[in-house]
Design a protein around this ligand. Sequence first.
Ligand SMILES: Nc1ncnc2c1ncn2[C@@H]1O[C@H](COP(=O)(O)OP(=O)(O)OP(=O)(O)O)[C@@H](O)[C@H]1O
Ligand SMILES: [Mg+2]
Length: 284
Amino acid sequence: MTTGIDYTAGVSTKPPLSSPTRPPLPSTGVRPRPDGTILEARNLTKRYRLGNRDVDALKGVSLKVRRGEFVALMGPSGSGKSTLLQLLGGLDRPTSGEVVLDGEVISRLSDTDATRLRREKTGFVFQFFNLIPLLDVYENVALPFTIAGTDPRRGEAAARIREVLELVDLVGRERNRPDQLSAGEQQRVALARALVMEPAILLADEPTGNLDYATGGEILDELWRSCDELGQTIVLVTHDARAAAHADRVLVVGDGLIRDEIELGRRTDRDARPLIDRLAQLGL
Ligand SMILES: Nc1ncnc2c1ncn2[C@@H]1O[C@H](COP(=O)(O)OP(=O)(O)OP(=O)(O)O)[C@@H](O)[C@H]1O
Ligand SMILES: [Mg+2]
């Protein structure tokens, strides 16, 4: 079909968020206050059956995430962070307890409705990118549109894809396949794909886990910007205090429970020192 207007030519109304010519972020001033709960966990437990042994990965986790808030989940390996993130995003179901995502109780939904809710409301960034090797950058980012049956080369879909490619600074790389990109670029593709449907919540599991320091820092800056400038709600799983220092609030997960909560507030410097000091005080 060639009817209708082609919206794809230079329609982005927002300035590219990561272009070198962008003005610097304001260092002072009023920042939007997160408001209202968008995601809630109520007494979540998760028991995995491993051979003839039970593993209690979560032992009763309750938390609330406010709209527009950036929350980091920190904790040692095996403490239950990924399990919790998967439950929060509706990728898996709890053994008991409830997840309320933007007003809907996921556990009360059918599998079909839970999948619909997940696709509509969440974007996921996995530790190991999960890009499709045979698709190029554009097609990988466009995948959620393709799955939804929308032509990603036309209209608003194309405009939105261009916008997120600008956000993660990948304009000009659209035709590259994942194996023709650096690790950091691949992770930026994964981030663009997670954000393309404008999800209410972005859930990211160690998105900088296997990137070098500088590239990881770029990804974190993109995440922080999408939160601070676009009001994106983010839940980030990380081992790394430097990554967690980008968050407004850090929840410390230990042995299947939330052990501590550290309120950092929205800061422009993202200095990790206060968080590291606080973790040291807690003996972590
Ligand atoms: N599919 C599964 N089947 C059985 N046990 C599992 C499964 N997934 C996770 N576990 C167990 O649940 C516990 C929590 O795992 P989880 O992956 O949530 O930890 P994590 O905090 O994300 O760790 P890491 O930092 O190493 O990624 C671990 O003891 C793990 O072995
Ligand atoms: Mg994990």
